[in-house]
Ligand binder design. Structure first.
Ligand code: RUB
Length: 309
């Protein structure tokens, strides 16, 4: 397989969700870009930069919602070199730094977030977030007697990944269907979810259904905690851009043959939704726990991306 095929294979795996979760896709994209540019040593500089931009676009275009992906690609590809060898060296170092920081961030988020979990707590989570699970597992490792209510997360049922992971970790877990969230909320002490993107006004974009957990939690006066690495904050929302919500195939929701028999029916399958800042108590990042109103500060101080207006 040549280098471009490797890059396309990673892109395809992200698109088909073989690689999924905002953190995992970011790390995979950074590594894929690094591996690809390593094969471009013999090119003149101008051609190298063209190929670099093409590869970056292939990766970024795979899934539109998780800002971790364009952030990872932007942080990996930037270089100030004027010869190809130095450019490759810089990009390899960027990837190394991004991947190491991403791995360490999960541990730090776990530690900071676990402070908010107390002995006896019942935690509700949604979909499958490595950052949210890091908090839950760290609290359990600290000896806290906790249990989890995990939503199924239709249509892709990432809740099944979550319950398997929690089961294998020895954490008592209850699986519920998504529509049981409000009924079950009275048994819950706090909600812990992950993030695909966080906007400058502190809104959370995460797996479809997250906002119903947050609304039910507010109604029941339970806290909502978001676990999000700083690279999940969206710089382009500073320019007024909205985060695009990915619409996925109807095949994930209903069998195509059944749908064919129903000419008056259409299916919508948005993969994410938006939870306004007022429903969120705290965002746990690797650099600390912040109220959503501080999203701008995180973007300014920790992302360090140059934003083209
Ligand atoms: C996954 C999802 C997760 C976030 C955060 O959606 O919404 O909550 O991506 O995950 P999908 P993590 O399955 O469509 O990718 O904390 O692992 O980055």
């Amino acid at each position: 397989m040549d280098a471009k095929e490797d890059l396309n294979t990673t892109a395809e795996k992200i698109k088909t969700m073989e690689i999924r979760g905002a953190g995992r896709i970011a790390v995979a994209a950074s590594a894929a870009l690094r591996d690809y540019v390593m094969t471009l040593k013999s090119l003149p500089m101008s051609e190298f930069n063209v190929k670099l931009e093409e590869a970056a676009k292939i990766l970024v275009d795979t899934r539109p919602t998780a800002v971790s992906l364009p952030n990872a690609v932007a942080l990996t590809k930037r270089h100030s070199a004027n010869n190809v060898y130095d450019a490759i060296d810089e990009i390899a170092k960027n990837a190394e730094k991004f991947i190491t920081n991403a791995e360490q961030a999960l541990g730090k988020i776990g530690k900071i977030g676990a402070e908010r979990i107390h002995d006896g707590d019942v935690i509700m989570t949604h979909c499958n977030s490595h950052a949210a699970l890091s908090i839950i597992k760290t609290a359990f490792d600290q000896g806290k007697d906790i249990s989890v209510i995990a939503t199924e997360s239709r249509p892709r049922r990432q809740g099944f990944i979550t319950i398997r992971e929690l089961n294998d970790y020895g954490i008592p877990t209850t699986l519920i269907v998504d529509s049981a969230v409000r009924l079950t909320m009275k048994e819950v002490d706090l909600v812990v979810v992950g993030a695909d993107s966080i906007t400058v006004n502190g809104a959370l974009i995460n797996k479809i259904g997250t906002s119903q957990l947050a609304m039910a939690a507010q109604e029941a006066r339970k806290n909502v905690i978001v676990a999000a690495e700083t690279y999940k904050f969206s710089p382009r929302t500073l320019l007024g851009e909205m985060v695009e919500i990915e619409d996925r195939s109807s095949d994930e929701v209903i069998d195509a043959d059944i749908l064919k028999e129903l000419p008056n029916v259409k299916v919508r399958n948005p993969a994410f939704d938006v939870t306004p800042a007022e429903y969120i108590d705290l965002i746990i990042t690797e650099v600390g726990a912040f109220p959503p109103a501080m999203a701008f500060t995180i973007l300014r101080d920790y992302l360090g991306l140059e934003i083209e207006v």
